[in-house]
Design a protein around this ligand. Structure first.
Ligand code: A2P
Length: 277
């Protein structure tokens, strides 16, 4: 089912992936197995999530060939120095039971470690074969430009919070200039958007769920992939079942117009200065 890809800087990234933040132990294991059964071929995790072990077991128990699925992990922002970054990636691979991930991301920028050191360590991790592709997460547009200039290897993705309440036009513009995929995390606004009356009305017109309308809105934007999170089997299936309809241009615009100044939901103390849009 997930035969739709985002192509960015030489990488093919399945358009819908499973987000796994806060899905630990048995919940994480089951969610990954259910998602693979439903046709997902993109699983997103991070060293910080503490769930690489169960996710690795689910990948093994799926009996899928390694080249059939795309796995992303991330290096936490305290581990971005040369040596520490590569070690974090190796530990992730041990926990996942994999020789290589498909995408290794810097989880958050860290102003206390120079970006040039971090990007060169990331490139080294790629050259060592720890990952097929490299990228970043939570990078505002100016840092994304800097990372691309500093990198000897293609930066293929910037994973960021993105949903209809959050205007990410500056990040999207930078991604498109640089041929970098924007991978939307919290694409459903951590579930908050599901009660929106405008979205409910559109969903009724299309005979789809609100989550499907939102994910379709992501999928119809160039260079955008999305990693909705669910621990429920039906909803996991529903979230990838979005390839048999499309939103017309007018409805795409109506959904985009839901953006608001207070739209950002994930803004921890270590976050960088975001783009002003
Ligand atoms: P659940 O795990 O019970 O399905 P986001 O990906 O934006 O962070 O949103 C995740 C939240 O949205 C979770 O609370 C999840 O709950 C809920 N969710 C995910 N998919 C759906 C869906 N198709 N319908 C309703 N709620 C959903």
């Amino acid at each position: 089912m997930s035969d739709m890809f985002v192509e960015a800087n030489g990488a093919q990234i399945p358009m819908i992936g499973l987000g796994t933040w806060q899905s630990c132990d048995l919940d994480g294991y089951r969610a990954v197995l259910w998602s693979l059964e439903a046709g997902y071929r993109h699983i997103d995790t991070a060293a910080r999530y503490g769930n690489e072990g169960p996710i690795g077991r689910a990948l093994a128990d799926s009996h899928l060939a390694r080249d059939e699925y795309f796995v992303t992990t991330k290096v936490w922002h305290t581990d971005l120095a040369d040596g520490a970054l590569q070690q974090s990636a190796e530990q992730s691979l041990d926990r996942l039971g994999l020789d290589q991930v498909d995408l290794l991301l810097v989880h958050w920028p860290n102003a206390d470690i120079t970006l040039s050191e971090t990007i060169s360590a990331l490139c080294d991790a790629k050259r060592q074969g720890l990952t097929r592709h490299i990228g970043v997460a939570n990078f505002p547009s100016h840092l994304l430009h800097e990372a691309v200039v500093l990198s000897d290897e293609p930066i293929v993705a910037n994973q960021c919070e993105y949903h209809p309440y959050l205007d990410q036009s500056a990040v999207l513009r930078a991604c498109r200039q640089l041929d970098v995929a924007l991978i939307s995390y919290s694409p459903l606004g951590t579930g908050r958007l599901l009660q929106d009356p405008v979205l409910i009305a559109i969903a009724e017109r299309y005979g789809k769920s609100v989550a499907q309308i939102i994910l379709r809105w992501h999928a119809q934007q160039s260079l955008v992939a999305a990693i909705p999170k669910s621990m429920n089997r039906e909803r996991i299936m529903q979230n990838i079942d979005i390839f048999d309809f499309s939103l017309d241009m007018n409805d795409m615009a109506i959904v985009s117009e839901l953006r608001r100044a207070s739209g950002r939901l994930i803004d921890p103390p270590w976050a960088p200065e975001w783009d002003y849009v």
